[in-house]
Design a protein around this ligand. Sequence first.
Ligand SMILES: C[S@@+](CC[C@H](N)C(=O)[O-])C[C@H]1O[C@@H](n2cnc3c(N)ncnc32)[C@H](O)[C@@H]1O
Length: 230
Amino acid sequence: MDDNTPDEVFAEFRSRDLGGWGVAQIAAGTGLAVYAMWVGVLQPGFRKVPLRLQVPYMPASKAQVGNVMTLLKGRKGGLVDLGSGDGRIVLEARQQGLTPAIGYELNPWLVRLARFKAWRAGYHGKVSYRRENLWKVDLTECKNVTVFLAPSVLSLLQEKLQAELPDDALVVAGRFPFPDWKPCRTEGMGVDRAWAYNIKAQRQHTCKKNGTVTCDLGHDLTEGKKTLES
Ligand SMILES: C[S@@+](CC[C@H](N)C(=O)[O-])C[C@H]1O[C@@H](n2cnc3c(N)ncnc32)[C@H](O)[C@@H]1O
């Protein structure tokens, strides 16, 4: 057996001249591995989602989860995490007493992982992870919504949330704030920061900006639009 120490092996590797062909092979191998990882593990489920709406998986940090939970303290009812990843927010919310706690996630591997983690934590059957496209989920009954998605999709999501959620709903965004909404509270700093938005206040704010008071009476955006156009 070769009993070189790791340092010696590394030094020998560095001293070797790989040449153009060697470098090209390493680059191609790395590229292929990254592509295989993307297609096989991160990409499944996204085929039907337009490219501009595809958001890659990145788990919330412990501090970020803590900040989101602080903003949800004292809230009642259920919680929905849109793009639930490995299910950490949903699990934590259920442990904080929010029920039903549901995660919507397109990637089947992440849905399986989330279910496994819930089972391991003793929460099998107490949380729900569904493989569904968040853009197609009906949110009209949701009281608490959490999101950690890319800034590029937040302005479109803002419209969906404002059109569907009940007036007493609270939305908590992690890492990136909604571009046009005014938060009622924030928690934490830097990349772990979270923002809480009261839906009724957003509606009133939007209506004020649009110069009408009719919207205060209801929350149907289409109605609001009709009022503005007539
Ligand atoms: C940045 S990760 C956040 C994961 C998790 N919420 C957390 O805080 O740890 C965004 C997640 O949204 C999922 N996602 C993106 N677009 C989606 C869609 N249209 N429907 C359902 N899930 C989606 C991705 O697969 C990814 O797991």
